[in-house]
Ligand binder design. Structure first.
Ligand SMILES: Cc1ncc(COP(=O)(O)O)c(C=O)c1O
Length: 391
C-alpha cells in the first residue's frame, strides 16, 4: 500500500464546512444560535469531573466557539477569541499583553480608531507608543529598546494602502524577542495568512469582509492556543464579548467569503485601472496596480490585491460635487460590504487623527477611499464616469 496522501481541503470548503461544536445530534446544516446568557451547570453538583466548557456567554458560547474555531482554521491558527467589535479585539488583545512601563511600536498610518486608542487610552496607562514608518527597517531597529514588548502592524494600511513587509517585521521581532500582532481586516483570511509568516496574533474587524453585508459588528483575535489563552481572561473581564447572533451572522458570511473576495478584487482592479485613466485623478493607490510602489511585495505576501481603492482627485477639484453625483456608492465609513462605499478619510474615518498626522501620511482633503462592492462593474464605472463629467 502506498503512503496515505494528506488531503488539505480548499479555503471555500473549509469556510462552508468545518467544526461542528454547536450542531449537536440533529445535525442541522445551519449552526444553531445559542441565544442564552448562561448555562445550567448543575452536573457539577452531581459529581461531573470536568469543568463545563460553557458557563456564561461572556466567557464562551457554542455558536461563538464554532465561529472562533472556523476563523482560527481559515487563518492557519489554532484558536480564536471573538469580541463585540474590531476595536474590542484590538483593545482586548493589547491590554491583555501590555502593562505600564512597556513600549510598543506601530506605524503612523494605522486605522484612525486604532490610532486614537493607542494615543488616548493605551498611552494614558503608562504604555509608550511609538508611531513610525514600519517600512523602514532602520527606524524599527532604532526605536526598539529594552522596554519594547510588541510590534503592531496593518497591511495594507487604511486608507493609504501602504504595505509592510510582514516577514521582515517578524524577523526583527524574533531577533529581539518581541510579540507581533497584525490587523488583517483589509485582507480577510482569504487574501493573506500572517500566521504563515510567523505573526503571533492576527486580528480582524469581522464587521467588514467576514460579515460582508453591513449588518453586524464583531472582531476576533486568532493565534496559537498558548497565545490565545494569554489574552482570554482579561478580555472576558473587559467584557467586549461577541453576541451569539452576530457569531451566527459571521458563520453565514464565511460561507461566501471566497467568492465575495474574488469579486471584490476583480471589481477593485477594474475600477482602479479606470480611475488611473481619468484626467481629474492625480494618483490611484491600489496594490494591484504596477504603479503601486509595493506592487512586488503585494504579489509576494497577498493572494490578490483586495477590494479597497484610494485615489487623489487633482488639487482644486470640488470633492463634494464629485461624491454628490455618485449614485451607487453610499458616502460612509466602514468597508467590505456587498455595497460600494466611498468616503473622504480626512473628514470621516480618520476624523479623530490630528491634522498634522494626517498631513504627514498623505490624508488630504482630496483623498477618497472606495470600498468596492459586488455590483456589476460596468454600472460602477458608468457611475464614476458620470460623476467625473459633473466636475
Ligand atoms: C482596518 C480596521 N481595523 C479595525 C477597525 C475597527 O473595527 P470595528 O468598527 O469593528 O470596531 C476598522 C474599522 O473601520 C478598520 O478599518
Amino acid at each position: 500500500m502506498g503512503e496515505k496522501k494528506k488531503f488539505i481541503r480548499g479555503f471555500a470548503t473549509r469556510s462552508i464546512h468545518g467544526s461542528n461544536i454547536a450542531k449537536g445530534e440533529h445535525a442541522p446544516v445551519s449552526t444553531p444560535i445559542f441565544q442564552t446568557s448562561t448555562f445550567d451547570v448543575k452536573r457539577v453538583l452531581m459529581g461531573a469531573q470536568v469543568r463545563p466548557e460553557f458557563i456564561y456567554t461572556r466567557g464562551g458560547n457554542p455558536t461563538t466557539r464554532e465561529f472562533e474555531q472556523k476563523m482560527a482554521d481559515l487563518e492557519n491558527a489554532e484558536m480564536g477569541f471573538a469580541f463585540a467589535s474590531g476595536m474590542g479585539a484590538i483593545a482586548g488583545t493589547l491590554l491583555s499583553l501590555l502593562e505600564a512601563g512597556n513600549e510598543i511600536i506601530t506605524d503612523n498610518e494605522v486605522y484612525g480608531g486604532t490610532w486614537s486608542l493607542l494615543n488616548h487610552y493605551i498611552g494614558r496607562h503608562g504604555i509608550k507608543v511609538h508611531f513610525i514608518d514600519m517600512t523602514d527597517e532602520t527606524q524599527i531597529e532604532d526605536t526598539i529598546n529594552e522596554k519594547t514588548r510588541l510590534l503592531y502592524m496593518e497591511s495594507p494600511m487604511n486608507p493609504t494602502l501602504k504595505l509592510v513587509d510582514i516577514k521582515q517585521i517578524v524577523r526583527i521581532a524574533k531577533e529581539h524577542n518581541l510579540i507581533t500582532a497584525i490587523d488583517n481586516t483589509f485582507c480577510s483570511p482569504y487574501l493573506q495568512n500572517p500566521i504563515d509568516f510567523g505573526v503571533d496574533y492576527v486580528i480582524h474587524s469581522c464587521t467588514k469582509y467576514i460579515g460582508g453585508h453591513g449588518d453586524a459588528l464583531g472582531g476576533i483575535t486568532v493565534g496559537s492556543a498558548s497565545d490565545i489563552i494569554k489574552i482570554m481572561p482579561e478580555s472576558m473581564d473587559l467584557g467586549a464579548t461577541l453576541s451569539p447572533f452576530n457569531a451566527w451572522l459571521f458563520l453565514r458570511g464565511l460561507k461566501t467569503l471566497e467568492i465575495r473576495m474574488q469579486r471584490h478584487c476583480a471589481n477593485a482592479l477594474s475600477l482602479a485601472k479606470f480611475l488611473e485613466s481619468q484626467d481629474k485623478v492625480e494618483r490611484v493607490l491600489y496594490p494591484g496596480l504596477p504603479s503601486h510602489p509595493q506592487h512586488e511585495l503585494a504579489k509576494k505576501q497577498m493572494r490578490d490585491f483586495g477590494g479597497i481603492v484610494s485615489f487623489y482627485l487633482k488639487k482644486g477639484t470640488n470633492v463634494t460635487e464629485f461624491v454628490k453625483h455618485l449614485e451607487i456608492p453610499a458616502y460612509t465609513v466602514s468597508l467590505g460590504d456587498a455595497d460600494t462605499f466611498i468616503e473622504d478619510p480626512f473628514n470621516l474615518s480618520h476624523f479623530s487623527v490630528p491634522r498634522k498626522v494626517k498631513k504627514a501620511v498623505g490624508i488630504t482633503k482630496y483623498l477618497l477611499r472606495v470600498s468596492v462592492g459586488l455590483e456589476t462593474i460596468e454600472d460602477l464605472i458608468d457611475d464614476f464616469e458620470n460623476a467625473f463629467q459633473h466636475l
